[in-house]
Design a protein around this ligand. Structure first.
Ligand SMILES: NC(=O)c1ccc[n+]([C@@H]2O[C@H](COP(=O)([O-])OP(=O)(O)OC[C@H]3O[C@@H](n4cnc5c(N)ncnc54)[C@H](OP(=O)(O)O)[C@@H]3O)[C@@H](O)[C@H]2O)c1
Length: 143
């Protein structure tokens, strides 16, 4: 089965009961302010790859003080720090940009790594900071 979007544990279980298999990919809102730890673990146990939508928090997280300080430390941009953080946690990223130089910047992630202590600090940014509609609401339309 190909991929789904915005499926939480209960939706994946409903699907599993119906078709007796798992999707290959689940695309969900995920960024440093909404880290989706439990859902990621649930998906990883079932070998469902997690793709982050709004991986930069729609650009809102680029001004975060910790992200800016890690950017300075690694001589990278805040966007690159956030995107590298996703990759370190085995998440697929689809950042959106209409700016050619940013698109190029967003690919340039493979010549540095975040250290364990950087990842630990980033983990503390999680604050249930959802930007999109919550798939838990009753009339959520799955995309
Ligand atoms: N499946 C779903 O339900 C769902 C829902 C929402 C979104 N999505 C998908 O998720 C993808 C991305 O989400 P998103 O657009 O909401 O948020 P995002 O990728 O987190 O953020 C996009 C914003 O960040 C800016 N940006 C990108 N790279 C940057 C950089 N290197 N430096 C500074 N600013 C940068 C962009 O500006 P500029 O464009 O002006 O450069 C834009 O304003 C889209 O492809 C979208 O289709 C899926």
């Amino acid at each position: 089965m190909p991929g789904v979007s915005n499926h939480h544990e209960k939706h994946l279980l409903q699907l599993e009961n119906k078709v007796n298999t798992h999707p290959m990919i689940n695309q969900v809102e995920c960024h440093p302010y909404l880290q989706q730890r439990d859902l990621k673990e649930f998906c990883e146990e079932r070998q469902i790859a997690v793709t982050a939508w709004s991986p930069l928090g729609k650009g809102n997280i680029l001004q975060d003080e910790l992200v800016k300080s890690l950017a300075q430390k690694h001589a990278k941009t805040p966007a690159q720090i956030i995107l590298r953080w996703h990759l370190e946690r085995n998440t697929i990223v689809i950042p959106k940009s209409v700016t050619a130089s940013r698109i190029k910047e967003n690919f340039d992630l493979f010549n540095f790594r975040l250290e364990e202590k950087d990842m630990e600090k980033m983990s503390k940014l999680d604050c249930n900071g959802r930007l999109g509609i919550d798939p838990e609401i009753e009339d959520f339309r799955f995309l």
